[in-house]
Every structure is written in structure tokens, then in C-alpha cells.
Write a protein that binds this ligand. Sequence first.
Ligand code: GDP
Length: 441
Amino acid sequence: TRLVALVGRPNVGKSSLFNRIIRERKSLVHNEPGVTRDRIFGRAEHEGEAFYICDTGGFEPTSKDNIKIQLVEQAEIAIEEAETVIFVVDGREGIHPVDSELIRRLRKSEKNFIVCVNKCDLPKDDIFIEEFRKLGVPGIYPVSAEHNRGIGNLLDAATAIFAHGPQEKKEDPENPPIKLSIIGRPNVGKSSILNRLVGETRSIVDARPGTTRDTVDAGIKYHGRELRVIDTAGIRRKSRMADKLERFSAFRSVACLEDADISILVINAEDGATDGDARVAGYAFEMRKPILIVVNKWDLIENKTSKTVNEFTEKLHLDLRYLRYAPVVFVSALENLRVSKLIPMCIDLYDQSKRRNSTSQVNNVLKEVLLKHTPPMLKNKSKRIKFFYATQVGVLPPRFVIFCSHPQDLHFSYKRFVENAFREAFNYKDIPISIVFRERS
Ligand code: GDP
């Protein structure tokens, strides 16, 4: 997935533009209360090109005195992390000295970028466009995020400059490799783990350019199964800046989550789960992605007793409450402790996610579930919600549709109950499932 970052001074309208671009995207189907409330990453699509967009307005400077330094930092991280930058300026104010400074840096970086002149609500508002052209930037686009003007042109330009890498290698459609991503904050040990995984099996199938410019995938074979660790360049590339703004380093993680079948979320045993990890966990849950939580640097924890693991796990599940389904492993990449468990565990998660159940099995389970927990009343209390039948409509993750009357009246907690009951009945013990309640037509 490609990464696009919106960069610019405060109040130029980055968040409005962000919302305009991701509007009506239904890819995150489970918009549940409390999950990733201050959304700063979104998935968007334009003319068949999918990309992730990041609203750096979420990292806006707070203190007055070093606004400029913080903006420069923000821009540099965006330059480092994103493939394309949309630099947003205020079309009512004209060029601000900080704009020129940031544009100079963008040009120096040789990163793909375009300039979006926002707040040009009407054609007569495009007065500063000529002034911006004097900066010598090739692509300058007047838009109005609020009035939905010029957005199509802007996205045409942004997607046109995506680097087109070599074609995907032809894969055996019967048995595609399992796409694995290793995500986590800088310095938690992702590349050390990757080295162990690839070294362990002693069979890098290939390391080849992926679909985007700086993506390299590594192949792993394990007992006849093939896995592909995606975006190893992203793992190995050491980010000087991203650790300064942890939320930003989550940007790449979220995109990797989407591309992968299974993700390994690496956490440093010394730090535990951080806010950034919790944010990534929220997105993973929304996407219903199977996750393996790996607590690395376990060698550094002293005086371990039999209770240490349980306490640590409990705390993790508290901090990453959306990932209660995810198994947890304690490893040391340094001492090669339990790292060899990771691949078989990932394969197990994958196989669970791919398992299908027949419609009769699904309906038997639905019947049992309804017996255990009588369906709730309609909101107007006139009668109970009626359930008709259920069926599994997909895998990776297992997806079910349950047909019922008045699904809009179903409370969140009842849906959660059904989801958990299904997971238990079908023995999807370590993975998320997705259930859609649909009005019977
Ligand atoms: P990445 O940024 O997540 O890819 O992290 P690296 O793999 O580069 O590791 C960051 C630092 O942590 C390096 O100095 C590693 O040597 C060290 N490190 C990685 N795994 C372990 C581990 O299991 N135990 C200890 N003590 N150090 C580790």
C-alpha cells in the first residue's frame, strides 16, 4: 500500500482535506465506539489506486516558541515515511515564510510532492496560484476541501506520481504464500527478529523488489509452506526521526497490517505496550486482522518468576484491549529464545483464518447461541428481534452474515456476545472474526 502524507502549517485545512479524501470509504467496516477516535490514518482509493493517507495535523505543534522547528520535523518525518507528500497551503493567505522553507526542504529531498492550495472555494479565489508558481514547484492545485472543489484533480496528480514497481510475481493461486508483516516501534527488535526468521530457515526464496519502490520482500519456507515477509526494507531502514513522534511511525505499520495476512506486532519487554502500539492495535481490530504479539528482549527482564509471564500478559491485554484474541509469545532475538515458534504460530493463525464452515454448521451454532441468550427486544419494545439464518461468506478473516429483522436495533453488546459465541463454537480461538447483521429482504 502506498503512503501519502498531508503536510503543512496549522489551520491550512489538512484535517478537512483528510476527511474529504477518506470520505465514504467503507474499508473499515467496523466503526465501533472508542476505536481510533482521533483518526489520523485513513485508507482511500482514487481511480482504482488504493493508498493510505496520514493527516499530520494530528501532530501539530503545541507550544508557540518552536512551531517552526516542530513543523520542519514533522515535514521531515513525512518525507521519510511517506511515498508522496501533499503539501497544503492556505490560498487566502498566500505564501508564508515557513511555507517557502518547507518547500525548499521537500525539493531537496527529491521526494514526490505536490502543492495543494486549499480554501480556493471559487475560481475567483485562485488569486495566489501565480504567486505559488513562482516557487518553481511543478504541480500546484487549487482546491476547496470544504466545498469539494478540485479534489479529483489533486488526487489524479497524487496517484499519477506513485512509483510503479515491477509486476507482482505470478503466484500459485491454489497455494499463495502467506503474507507476513513485522510491525512495531523503532528499536523493538524487528530487524533482529527478521534476521533470525530468515536465517533460521536458511532458505531465502527470493529477495526481490516489491510493488512499491522501497519495498523488498523476503521468502521463508517452512515444512512445505511458503511465507513472504513483506516490506523488509521498511523494517531495516533505520528511521532517525520517527521515534521522535511515535504516532507517526505507526503510519507504516497500519499500511503493512492491511497488506499482510498475518502481522507480528513486536513489543519491547522493557517498555511494554505504548500508546502507539494501542493505536495500531485499534486499527488491527477494525480491520479484523490476526495478530501475533511478540514481546522481545525478554533476556533483559531480571528475576523472572513463574508469575512474570502472566502478569505481563495481563497488563498487555489491558493496554491493548482490542487484541484480546491475539496470542502472546515472549522471545529474545538476541539469545534466539523461542523465535523458532513464531513461524509455526503464524501458520496456525493463517490456517484458522482460512477455515470455512458449512451453512448447516453455521445455522446449528446460531440456534444454540439464540437459545443461550434470547434475542433482544426491538427498541420500541413491541416484540423481539427475529433471527432467520446465517452463513459464512468469506475467509481471512472468517466472515459471516446473519439475517435478522431490525438489525439497526441490535445493541453493540449483543453483537459482541454473538461474535464471541461464534468464535468459541467454531474454535477460532486466536483470531478475530467478522459478523454483519443484515436485514432480511
Ligand atoms: P528495529 O528497529 O525494531 O528493527 O530494531 P533492531 O532489530 O534494529 O534492534 C534494536 C536494538 O535492540 C539493537 O541494538 C539490537 O541489538 C537490540 N535487540 C534486538 N533484539 C534484542 C533482544 O532480544 N534482546 C536484547 N537485549 N537486545 C535486542
